[in-house]
Design a protein around this ligand. Structure first.
Ligand code: V47
Length: 369
């Protein structure tokens, strides 16, 4: 006999997909579109939660991290971005000196941070040495800290600007202390949407190739999707399936992070705010389609704390970290705090009925909280 939840899933038209999920069968493009088009969020959430609990039970991961955005000067003209400034000297453009950037980490002396997350603009005025020097400077201060830094877009830019292959860039950065790559810059891979969103930065194939090379070198990385701007549901599914294909090849992605579009201070400000409903369904569909990626992360800074917490029942098993000094989303209108304490994160996870687990960047367990 079917349980009440199974009956609800049947009634929502997702019965066949439920059978596939339970049999461990891979979902297709059409299944992905059907999941996005299903209005019954509760049924979709139950399906994603089934998968989440099968993999992780109640465990919910977080870490203690700090963000360093060393420059917002950026040659790219992505229309969704509120963080970047085209040229050095433009109002609100900034570039930290190495002392200043390393000083952000130095200031944490004694605090139990395990990760520095670095994402920058594509700054035409900086010499190559700035980047390895930044990594070495941070490592000299805190050899214990894992540096997750530079999106695939930055790696591609370094390769072109300084005349190296992706492999050479990654090896040099790794020698200077880079541990893994964050998932940013993926946006939406489909050429129609990508052309509108970010015509002058690396395309889907280049983004994927950087991660392919990083994985081949034994580095782990994350992946993302910017959702809720001008993309269609089909383009979201296409994006997720391209990530799934690369993961079949390499197995190097650790976590997928759906990034909710924020509409303030950028050229897409006329678009409506992305709803909580859309955020939850996007996370649920991601959990179901990305059958080969272990973790789905709710980045609370951009989702809002309430949705991030609710998402723990919609496929999500990771809530990111303490995130001090975030700039990219706060310049785009995020109203979330600049940081959360470990205690606050643990409280949010427990209040949602889940078990908090502090992890490091590579998902080694630091402590069961
Ligand atoms: O690539 C920029 C996004 C990304 C906006 O790997 C925007 O653990 C919404 O890479 N509205 C950078 N999104 C952030 C990033 C990241 C964040 C958290 C965790 C990890 C990880 C990586 O931010 C960009 C772009 O997709 N972004 N502007 C905006 N207005």
């Amino acid at each position: 006999m079917l349980s009440t939840t199974e009956l609800e899933i049947e009634a929502s038209g997702l019965g066949r997909i439920r059978e596939k999920v339970e049999a461990g069968e891979r979902l297709t493009f059409e299944d992905g579109v059907a999941l996005f088009r299903c209005p019954d969020l509760t049924a979709l959430g139950a399906l994603a939660n089934h998968e989440r609990e099968r993999r992780h039970g109640d465990l919910t991961y977080f870490n203690r991290n700090v963000h360093v955005n060393a420059t917002n000067v950026c040659e790219a003209t992505c229309i969704f971005c509120s963080f970047s400034r085209l040229k050095t000297g433009d109002p609100a453009a900034y570039t930290m000196s190495l002392d200043e950037a390393v000083g952000r980490v130095k200031a944490l002396r004694g605090e139990l941070i395990t990760e520095v997350h670095i994402v920058n603009g594509l700054n035409p005025d900086l010499p190559w040495d700035y980047y390895p020097d930044l990594l070495r400077g941070i490592k000299a201060e805190r050899p214990d800290i894992h540096i997750k830094g530079f999106t695939a877009v930055e790696i591609h830019y370094f390769a072109e600007k300084y005349g190296m292959s992706y492999e050479q860039v990654l090896i040099k950065l790794r020698e200077a202390g880079l541990g893994s790559l964050p998932g940013g810059g993926a946006e939406i891979f489909h050429p129609r949407a990508r052309k509108k969103l970010c015509d002058d930065k690396v395309g889907a194939d280049g983004w994927l190739e950087v991660h392919r090379v990083a994985h081949r070198l034994g580095m782990r990385s994350n992946c993302t999707m910017l959702f809720g701007s001008i993309e269609t549901v089909e383009e979201r599914v296409d994006h997720l399936l391209r990530l799934r294909s690369l993961q079949d090849e390499t197995g190097g992605f650790q976590t997928f992070i759906p990034l909710r579009f924020h509409n303030e201070n950028n050229r897409l400000r006329r678009l409506p705010e992305v709803t909580g409903y859309d955020s939850l369904r996007t996370m649920a569909v991601s959990r179901l389609l990305l059958d080969n990626i272990d973790h789905i992360k709710a980045y609370w800074v951009m989702l809002g704390i309430g949705i991030a917490q609710s998402s723990l029942w919609y496929g999500v098993d990771d809530i990111d970290g303490t995130v001090r000094e975030e700039r990219i989303y706060h310049m785009a209108g995020a109203r979330t705090p600049q940081e959360m304490t470990r205690k606050e994160l643990i409280g949010l996870i427990r209040q949602a009925g889940r078990i908090p687990v502090e992890r490091d960047t590579l998902y080694n367990i630091v402590a069961e909280a």
